[in-house]
Design a protein around this ligand. Structure first.
Ligand SMILES: CC(=O)N[C@H]1[C@@H](OP(=O)(O)OP(=O)(O)OC[C@H]2O[C@@H](n3ccc(=O)[nH]c3=O)[C@H](O)[C@@H]2O)O[C@H](CO)[C@@H](O)[C@@H]1O[C@H](C)C(=O)N[C@@H](C)C(=O)N[C@H](CCC(=O)O)C(=O)O
Ligand SMILES: Nc1ncnc2c1ncn2[C@@H]1O[C@H](COP(=O)(O)OP(=O)(O)OP(=O)(O)O)[C@@H](O)[C@H]1O
Ligand SMILES: N[C@H](CCC[C@H](N)C(=O)O)C(=O)O
Ligand SMILES: [Mg+2]
Length: 494
């Protein structure tokens, strides 16, 4: 693509050098992957500043660079913009031919439930004959091909490239998780969303956002981004689907210029669950909506499972899928990997692996377990390093409050001292009897210990890592899977 065409939609502060007749073969924000004819965009990251690699990019053949300040001694044309992050989201969309405008992108945001809700929407749409793609925490799926992911929401370039690939194989609905980091770092700024979903807002990521207010504002921007375009063609309508029972619901509704659809249990909602019954085997409820009502029996359990199902149903109702066709899909989902996943290795007690890594999700999961546990509840829990420190004492307290015995252990310590993370957790337990918890830094030892205690009727919850198949210690990723370790511990193999 010609450089002039590529930068045409961008507001420029200054252009240094001639941009005429230059063919751009690709775009990258990583100097290490620059090839001849590519455009290099300098991003200021959390660890380094891409501007420090402009020279390297040019020496590797970059045909143009996009920067926030004029650089000395650079032979390639320099496109100077106020924000390279804002620019990259637009440039990526232009370069890949605006794929998000050619499909119906569904984005799900919220502290908890994004992965689950995207999987449920995916199931309903696929069962109803639509071609979907998935982008989120567990994986990325383009057609039938699955790819490993680093982030929940990829950076703009990878995102637009993924959309292009999805469009090229006939995808109608990319369904994606939109993290608050992604909104704040403008990873999704160049994406045209068809439906935006809000699950809930509770504490997480205060290391990044600083305050809950900033965190809320970051998520709010996602809804404001939907714009207010509408035409007489109903299929092009945009919607915001909002959990009306969340304390921040009014705030998010206020950010929307598009039509809004609410869902909930407690408050009057467009899509509402009534007669909710939570049992060990699943959740039963009735959906009432503008399109009629229907009884459902989910295999997933917990009140939060009902919220996730309502969110997915609301989205699909917006797309004109009748409740009769939504029901069988929701009922068929046995679960999402690492979300309330039971480990079955012939034991007479229950072992649940769950990705709860925030105070709210941990409380929800434990409350659900308490509702049906016949015996004792043992919880193995840790908190990730290099992440929100303020959630640590809260998570420890919640674990102890709901469990007969809690085992504090390591999650992904990353570059922090695991003992320090456990100290931070323990700080929430000053008024708790010491026999209510043990501290075992090694996760395998912790899992083995909890499982060793369990007898018939008990429940062991292993929280925090869910589907993860690794543990990050320092900067190294080791293979680690709670489900494998739990099964081995049950069988007495470790
Ligand atoms: C804080 C954050 O978002 N970091 C992301 C960021 O890394 P970074 O800011 O450290 O990047 P950096 O290393 O400082 O580099 C800055 C720039 O210089 C470039 N560079 C760097 C080195 C070099 O030699 N040459 C060069 O050009 C880099 O390519 C980059 O463009 O850019 C990387 C590449 O896209 C991301 O993978 C990385 O996510 C890391 C892995 C991460 O953990 N992010 C978390 C906080 C996150 O984003 N989480 C949310 C989900 C949260 C939730 O659960 O809700 C997510 O969406 O994943
Ligand atoms: N609607 C919900 N409300 C509260 N907690 C939930 C909800 N749905 C799931 N959870 C809990 O949160 C955990 C994470 O769920 P899920 O992976 O679906 O959320 P997520 O928003 O994608 O998380 P992440 O931001 O880490 O990717 C689950 O393991 C469960 O404990
Ligand atoms: N996407 C979340 C995942 C946290 C999962 C937990 N296992 C941890 O490592 O803290 C984050 O990056 O904050
Ligand atoms: Mg997720």
């Amino acid at each position: 693509m010609l450089l002039q065409e590529l930068i045409a939609p961008i507001l420029l502060k200054k252009v240094i050098g001639s941009v005429e007749g230059i063919e751009i073969t690709g775009i990258t924000a990583d100097s290490r992957s620059v090839g001849p004819g590519m455009m290099f965009i300098a991003l200021r990251g959390a660890t380094v500043d891409g501007h420090d690699f402009v020279e390297q990019a040019v020496s590797k053949g970059a045909a143009a660079v996009v920067v926030e300040q004029e650089m000395e001694g650079i032979i390639a044309p320099q496109i100077v913009v106020r924000s390279t992050r804002a620019a990259i989201s637009v440039l990526a969309s232009v370069f890949y031919g605006h794929p998000s405008k050619q499909m119906k992108v569904i984005g799900v945001t919220g502290t908890n439930g994004k992965t689950t809700v995207t999987h449920l929407i995916d199931r309903i749409l696929t069962d109803n004959g639509h071609v979907t793609g998935l982008i989120g925490t567990i994986k990325k799926r383009i057609g039938n091909k699955e790819f490993d992911v680093v982030n929940t929401t990829p950076e703009a370039l990878e995102l637009q490239e993924t959309f292009r690939a999805m469009k090229d194989i006939g995808t109608e609905y990319p369904i994606m998780e939109v993290s608050s980091h992604a909104v704040e770092l403008k990873r999704v700024a160049g994406t045209d969303f068809h439906i935006a979903v809000f699950t809930n807002l509770t504490q997480d990521h205060l290391d990044f956002h600083g305050t809950m207010e900033n965190y809320r504002i970051a998520k709010g921007k996602f809804f404001a981004q939907l714009g207010n375009t509408f035409t007489s063609d109903v299929s092009t309508n945009k919607y915001a689907v909002i959990n009306i029972d969340d304390p921040s619901a009014e705030y998010f509704l206020g950010q929307c210029a598009v039509q809004t659809v609410t869902y909930g249990i407690k408050n009057d909602a467009d899509v509402r669950a009534t007669d909710v019954k939570i049992e060990a085997e699943g959740a039963a409820f009735r959906i009432e909506s503008w399109a009629g009502s229907i009884d459902l029996q989910l295999q997933m359990t917990g009140t939060f499972a009902v919220y996730n199902a309502l969110a997915a149903a609301a989205v699909c109702l917006c797309e004109g899928i009748p409740l009769e066709k939504i029901k069988p899909s929701l009922e068929a989902v046995s679960g999402v990997p690492g979300r309330f996943e039971r480990v079955l290795a012939g034991q007479p007690y229950t072992v649940v692996v769950d990705y709860a890594h925030t105070p709210d999700s941990l409380e929800n999961v434990l409350r659900t377990i308490r509702e049906f546990a016949k015996g004792k509840v043992y919880t193995v829990v840790g908190c990730g390093g290099d992440r929100d420190r303020t959630k640590r004492p809260k998570m420890a307290k919640i674990a102890v409050d709901y469990s007969d015995l809690t085992v504090l252990t390591s999650d992904n310590p990353r570059t922090e001292d695991p003992e320090q993370i456990l100290d931070d957790m323990e700080a929430g337990l000053h008024d708790v009897a010491r026999e209510r918890y043990v501290r075992l830094t090694d996760r395998t030892e912790a899992i083995r210990f909890a499982i060793g205690k369990a007898i018939e009727g008990d429940v062991v919850l292993i929280a925090g890592k869910g589907h993860e198949t690794y543990q990050i210690i320092g900067k190294t990723k080791y293979h680690y899977d709670d489900r494998e370790i739990a099964a081995k511990a049950i069988r007495g193999e470790i």
